[in-house]
Ligand binder design. Structure first.
Ligand code: NAP
Length: 253
């Protein structure tokens, strides 16, 4: 089988866990050299180890999505290590506190927006110039079905993910002629530690959200990873500014 990302260098944020780890493994399987970035060191090192154990090339870079200096250093480290940056999956994110709009705490709001939205913008701020120096690249931002629909009790999360969709479309238009494609993936409910945190302490909640999926089950991180690999690859060479739902049909309802 052809390797979709042969000779490419891919950076994945939130690569210690869940969707990010699955994407890092899938990018490596498709021939990319992979930089795994996350605030969580042990999980990120484990993702890199899984890649090298399978015969791939990977490094781990610790970076906090709320710190611009760390994100600039993250991109610089990728370029210093591998000589270029071709693909970036800006994926790190948190669900944040739950609560209706009128009672939501300001500090909780700011934390979600800082990581999920400002963090994605800052990643692109440093990734795009690095990509332009080698003629272009592909960025995939992780939005959510919550970037296309309202989600009661998650005002900051839904706002951050709607913001990611708008930012993705804007950057796509700005850099289309320069050869940088920018897309978003909008996952439905995916079985990751994030969803375990949201459902874990509430009996019956996991089963309830699974039935909310038209397809009749929650998704697997690997099912998001496959769409990210495709969007990053030259197979998607005419796709930019797209918010791709990979959601078991939630947004189609
Ligand atoms: P996850 O397993 O919790 O992975 C998220 C990763 O991001 C974790 O390793 C986390 O580290 C890291 N992270 C959190 N804050 C960070 C920060 N400030 N700087 C750097 N890294 C940070 O969750 P996931 O479900 O894979 O989520 C990945 C992305 O998919 C998120 O953007 C999420 O919003 C989105 N998404 C998920 C679903 C779903 O159903 N799972 C649906 C739609 C969209 P810690 O573990 O240390 O916090």
């Amino acid at each position: 089988m052809a390797e979709l990302l042969k000779d490419k260098v891919a950076l994945i944020t939130g690569g210690s866990s869940g969707i990010g780890r699955a994407t890092a493994l899938a990018c490596a399987r498709e021939g990319a050299r992979v930089a795994v970035a996350d605030i969580a060191t042990a999980g990120g090192q484990e993702t890199a180890r899984l890649i090298t154990q399978a015969g791939g090339e990977a490094i781990f870079i610790q970076a906090d999505m709320t710190k611009a200096t760390e994100l600039e250093a993250m991109v610089n480290t990728v370029v210093e290590t591998y000589g270029r940056l071709d693909c970036a999956h800006n994926n790190a994110g948190i669900e944040g506190a739950l609560g209706k709009t009128a009672v939501y705490e300001e500090a909780a709001w700011e934390q979600v927006i800082a990581i999920n939205l400002t963090g994605v913008w800052l990643c692109m701020k440093y990734e795009i110039p690095a990509m332009l120096t080698n003629g272009g690249g592909a960025i995939v931002n992780t939005a959510s079905a919550a970037g296309l629909l309202g989600v009661p009790n998650m005002p900051a999360y839904a706002a951050s993910k709607h913001g990611v969709v708008g930012l993705t479309r804007t950057a796509a238009l700005e850099y289309a002629k320069a050869g940088v494609r920018v897309n978003a993936v909008c996952p439905g409910i995916i079985q990751t530690p994030m969803v375990s945190r949201l459902t874990g302490e509430r009996p019956g909640m996991f089963e309830k959200i699974a039935t909310a999926e038209p397809i009749g089950r929650v998704g697997k991180p690997e099912e998001i990873a496959e769409s990210v690999v495709w969007l990053c690859s030259d197979a998607a060479s005419f796709v930019t500014g797209h918010a791709m739902s990979v959601d078991g049909g939630i947004v189609a309802q």
